[in-house]
Design a binder for this molecule. Sequence first.
Ligand SMILES: Nc1nc2c(ncn2[C@@H]2O[C@H](COP(=O)(O)OP(=O)(O)O)[C@@H](O)[C@H]2O)c(=O)[nH]1
Ligand SMILES: [Mg+2]
Length: 389
Amino acid sequence: MEYLIIVIVLVVLVLIAGGAMLVRSRRRPGRARGTEPPPAAPPPAAPPPAQPPRPGEGDGAGQPDLLIPTVTGPPAEVAEAPQPLAGRMTRLRGRLARSQTGFGSVLLGLLSRDGLDDQGWEEIEDTLVGADIGAAPAAQLVSELRTQVRVGGARGSGEVRALLRQDLIEQVGADLDRSLHVARHGDRPAVVLMVGVNGTGKTSTCGKLARALIGEGHTVLLGAADTFRAAATDQLETWGRRVGAPVVRSDREGADPASVAFDAVRQGIDDRADTVIVDTAGRLHTKTGLMDELGKIKRVIERQATVDEVLLVLDATTGQNGLRQARVFAEAVDITGIVLTKLDGTAKGGIVVAVQRELGVPVKLVGLGEGPDDLAPFEPATFVDAILG
Ligand SMILES: Nc1nc2c(ncn2[C@@H]2O[C@H](COP(=O)(O)OP(=O)(O)O)[C@@H](O)[C@H]2O)c(=O)[nH]1
Ligand SMILES: [Mg+2]
């Protein structure tokens, strides 16, 4: 009898332990989006996979840690020659259109109604606000459209679409200078500083941009000034290896980011590189901390070269939170352009209008996926056409 009880207890314990393990292993693949990419098949010489995040381990700003590797596309795709930057947004517009379900077609549907009343116009305004365009631009758009519709009288759906298209393009800013300053000048490389909060896509953008520039015949060097975690440096190195760009890094976790940036630019000058792209840490600890860190990196670079672009990387899916981040970064450093990533993952493309207005600088590049060629120069008309379907 005692034997039987002991055997039953043992069986129950084994079942409980087995169940617990099953639950834990089930949970692992379903991580929150943007915290850890599913591990892609590593390239032959890839660094060892990073440790899984420990609870409570972060960057000091309450942001989850990010792990390598980032590229989830098959290595064969990476080995192919990069697509030219020009025309990429048109090629990738399907990603946008797919993610914009709602916004454009809802607007067109509302505008095509016969005898739009105040409530209808309010719905149009709400739809625009819901797409993150911002309250002021939404009100402005509605007032313009109202005038146009009143003056022109009843219109067909084609005409309504043309009006809306024109007004949206105007809001997005068709005439802003979105050129990227990445060309070597004199005996100095152009320097691009990539800034933004952890997880927005800085390191991927460094890699994608390097790949695109190399495809256009530039020589590019990468600087791993995100020294906060060794994994961040490894991630950039993986990109460098894949795209054919040397990476200047420090072997010491927590090394001074400014000194890595300095070394990278020094190396870029010695190598006669066209462009040096410097990746930074996205620690939004305090505004003064951020200012000190980014300010120091910039000053130290400027001892030997000019910083031609300071690109703020923003995750389009973060909405108002992204705008708040943008404000803090803009106070810390002079931003010259915005890279809006993950536009493939949001139906709220209106953030383009809101963030440009907030910072007074143009969106220069957009991220439309995790693949190595999923970075495109921003084109207002293509963007609006994708939204309107
Ligand atoms: N869907 C999508 N994912 C992106 C895009 N850009 C970056 N990511 C992913 O966002 C995650 C964080 O990117 P990472 O470059 O490490 O961000 P960082 O912390 O700012 O350097 C990675 O899983 C990237 O693959 C994009 O445009 N679209
Ligand atoms: Mg990074």
